[in-house]
Design a protein around this ligand. Structure first.
Ligand code: NDP
Ligand code: 8X3
Length: 271
């Protein structure tokens, strides 16, 4: 799992660079999750990939296995379904049940209505996926990491959980919850050897806006016009950075935006 590199003149300078061998990623069929799969595969990690769209996962797996010769285990899992999460975890080859890295990435936004015009079904989908789904997955995998005494849980939250914007209401609330769960988890796992990294991305061009606008691709592409948005790979690089620090280093929190985005509401667009 790890390579030892000895540096400097005394014992305190000795550190261990982590090289994850097993990584479990939720929401790996698209966007940030898929980019994480690619980035870890390039480093030779074996992958467990979860999402609902099995055909997409199979396509990702086929590509990564042929390019990098790694093992990839795919499972069609809806993280909102607690029993399905438990069954999928049970069905995984043993090393993935206690992966070196768990990337809690599966998530979505639905709609951009002010709260007074909100669609309850959309609210429930976001809450069930972004909060409850993340909890189900973490509850299933974390105890195995704790038993082993190492592991990294990466939670993909959002700038939308720190700063509000019009219509972001429930989505932002779910991401504020993710951030609070990351901060709480830091405390709960303290002393176990398990590390937690919360990542708050700004605007990343993925299928996110297409999902938010229920398939309206024209409206979705408008979100990313007039500036250079982040890519899934930009976020994956942060995840890999956190995952490859020596065991004594914990990257607790990363806020990453496009250079054109100063805050959630201020994007320098040249339209
Ligand atoms: P995408 O829509 O491209 O990817 C979302 C992924 O989540 C897909 O793989 C999707 O797979 C999966 N997913 C959604 N619902 C479920 C579910 N119920 N069970 C299992 N998997 C699910 O968007 P992003 O890559 O942008 O989103 C990834 C994460 O990043 C999300 O948590 C999002 O909130 C967050 N984020 C995104 C930002 C952005 O600007 N794009 C900025 C900040 C945070 P499938 O449909 O196959 O199930
Ligand atoms: C996604 C970023 O600003 O589109 O979490 O909500 S934003």
């Amino acid at each position: 799992m790890e390579h030892e590199i000895t540096m400097g003149l005394n014992a305190f300078d000795k550190f261990t660079v982590m090289n994850p061998s097993h990584v479990t990623i939720t929401g790996a069929s698209s966007g940030i999750g898929r980019a994480c799969a690619e980035a870890f595969a390039e480093r030779g990690a074996n992958l467990a990939l979860w999402a609902r769209r099995q055909d997409r996962l199979d396509e990702v797996a086929e590509q990564l296995v042929s390019r990098h010769g790694i093992n990839v285990h795919c499972a069609a899992v809806d993280v909102r379904d607690r029993d399905a999460v438990a069954r999928a975890a049970e069905a995984m080859p043993a090393p993935f049940r206690a992966p070196d890295v768990l990337v809690n990435n599966a998530g979505l936004s639905r709609g951009l209505n002010p709260l007074q015009d909100g669609v309850v079904q959309d609210w429930e989908e976001m809450i069930d996926t972004n909060i409850k789904g993340l909890l189900y997955v973490t509850r299933t995998i974390l105890p195995h990491m704790i038993n082993r005494g190492t592991g990294l849980v990466v939670n993909i939250a959002s700038i939308a959980g720190i700063q509000p914007y019009r219509g972001g209401n429930v989505y932002g609330a779910t991401k504020a919850a993710v951030k609070m769960l990351s901060d709480s988890l830091q405390i709960d796992v303290n002393g176990t050897g398990v590390r937690v990294c919360n990542i708050d991305p700004g605007l990343v061009e993925t299928e996110f806006s297409e999902v938010r606008f229920h398939g309206d691709t024209e409206r979705a592409s408008g979100v990313y016009k007039g500036y250079q948005p982040l890519t899934g790979r930009d976020i994956a690089d942060c995840v890999v950075f956190a995952a490859t620090r020596p065991q004594h280093v914990s990257i607790q929190d990363i806020l990453i935006t496009p250079t054109a985005q100063a805050s959630v509401n201020l994007v320098d667009k040249k339209l």
